[in-house]
Design a protein around this ligand. Structure first.
Ligand code: PLP
Length: 474
């Protein structure tokens, strides 16, 4: 192995001692053991590259590295992107009341699996399951970690020794988010995908022709984050349910978002299918996310026929996928809000949940708030403009739906929009906007009205900081 002796400074240098670096960074709010590891990792990179800098450089680099790491904490941010169910910001936002409920129900021990009537072991989440069944007009319901695990559980429960084929339309072989791909999920669950129909057209007869003794399941998947237009056709839920029943094959629908409310009448956008409507048309199992249009915590809800839900719950995978006490508590709160909104069946209200509050704001209302923010910011050098724009539901749902919205355009002469974006991220709490058409924007749709004052304060701080800096540079 060739090893060249290199007499350069960086090779002869020895790194400063870990102890001295630890002492120098004592003021960072990162526990010593973690700090030590971070410092060691950084030093190792330099040493491996034979490019150890001098001590002053090392200390400065470690300082900024620790600052970056420190920002990795889970912490509140202000979402000014206009994307309501933003996957990078925890999808459905939580209200303080939900956090208080979780706090109060979980401090110390709790009755997670305790039946207080008998003092004996009880069933985890039994009340939430019943409530979910009521909300979706289903025989039965259960809960797992997310919709992805719900699908895995359904697949696993439908897999039989001699029946491994799952029928899915070619138009529904979707990828959701980072790496969730329907064909790969099927394969990893030990099942075989049987593609039905064509990309744009799938007929009920295409399914009929494909059923054999090896068919384990008919699966319908919501297209979620894309849509098709033009010469398209798909088999209806009702026809699929009838076919499955006549052939004694289970029929499941992965609904993805699954709105428990009518999105068209409440928000004036397109109607998202409700789990209730799918169950009524005869599906055996329907799964959907807790943190998309249900506006609750991350969870996978499965509703449908009692025999199937019981089969899911007795599957060995269920134990590995079930939610913990924190999720169950947050879900209990969310489900309660949904139920309360239906107290008067004649005129169901909009459940009192933050995502719905954001979705139902009118453009005029957002405009009034933007005006007030501009007034309160009282800027001299920062240029603030109110523009009409739109916003999205997000979370991989309703890709063609846009809601009328208002944004504040923030520009400062001779300062790049990306630099402005960074300054907003450095506010407390960080404000996350976006750059569009060459300028930085704050979309009012996803800013809660009680955050408006924070936004003006942040604008003022940025004016002081950036304008001061640019005048120094000039
Ligand atoms: C979003 C989505 C999923 C995944 O849901 P998670 O709750 O994020 O696991 C699965 N299927 C469809 C159709 C979806 O839209």
């Amino acid at each position: 192995m060739g090893f060249q002796m290199n007499q350069s400074d960086s090779n002869r240098r020895r790194p400063p001692s870990i102890d001295s670096l630890l002492r120098k960074t004592d003021s960072y709010p990162i526990p010593r053991l973690l700090r030590k590891r971070l410092i060691q990792d950084l030093l190792r990179v330099w040493q491996q590259e034979h490019s150890l800098p001098d001590t002053a450089f090392i200390e400065a680099a470690i300082g900024s590295h620790l600052e970056r790491i420190e920002k990795g904490h889970l912490q509140p941010v202000i979402n000014a992107t206009g994307v309501v169910l933003h996957t990078n910001m925890g999808r459905a936002p939580f209200h303080m009341d939900l956090c208080v409920h979780v706090n109060q129900s979980l401090i110390g021990y709790n009755s997670l699996e305790l039946d207080l009537n008998t003092g004996k072991r009880g069933k985890r989440g039994a009340l939430v399951e019943k409530a979910l069944a009521v909300l979706t007009c289903s025989e039965s319901a259960t809960v797992v970690n997310n919709c992805a695990s719900a699908l895995i559980l359904i697949l696993s429960a439908c897999k039989l020794k001699d029946r491994r084929e799952v029928l899915v339309s070619r138009s529904e072989l979707v990828q959701i988010g980072g790496g969730f791909r329907i064909p790969e999920i099927l394969e990893s669950a030990g099942l075989q995908l049987k593609e039905i129909g064509t990309t744009n057209r799938t007929h009920i007869n295409d399914y009929k022709k494909s059923i054999t003794d090896e068919t384990a399941l008919i699966l319908k998947v919501h297209q979620s984050n894309f849509y098709m237009d033009g010469f398209v056709e798909s088999a209806s839920i009702k026809d699929l349910a009838e076919l499955a029943k006549s052939q004694q094959i289970p029929f499941a629908v992965d609904l993805g978002s699954g709105a428990l409310i009518h999105t068209a009448s409440h928000f004036g956008i397109e109607e998202e299918p409700t789990p209730e409507s799918i169950v009524q048309k005869g599906a055996d199992m329907v799964c959907f996310s807790g943190d998309k249009l249900m506006a609750g915590p991350q969870a996978g809800i499965i509703v449908g026929k009692e025999t199937w839900i019981e089969r899911l719950k007795s599957n060995p995978f269920f134990r590995a996928l079930r939610p913990d006490k924190m999720v169950l508590s947050a879900l209990e709160f969310t489900v309660q809000k949904h139920l309360e909104s239906k107290n008067d069946p004649e005129s169901p209200k909009l459940p009192d949940l933050p995502a719905y509050e954001l979705l139902s704001q009118s453009r005029q209302n957002l405009k009034d708030r933007a005006d007030a923010i501009l007034k309160a910011s009282n800027c001299r050098t920062v240029d603030l403009n109110i523009i009409e724009t739109d916003s999205e539901v997000g979370g991989g749902t309703m890709p063609r739906t846009r809601m009328a919205s208002i944004a504040i355009e923030v520009s400062i002469q001779s300062i790049k929009p990306d630099t402005i974006a960074r300054s907003f991220r450095e506010c407390h709490p960080p404000v996350i906007g976006y750059v569009q058409q060459g300028s930085f924007r704050l979309n009012l749709r996803t800013i809660f009205s009680d955050q408006d004052e924070t936004i003006s304060a942040c604008i003022q701080q940025i004016e002081e900081k950036l304008v001061l800096r640019s005048s120094k540079e000039a």
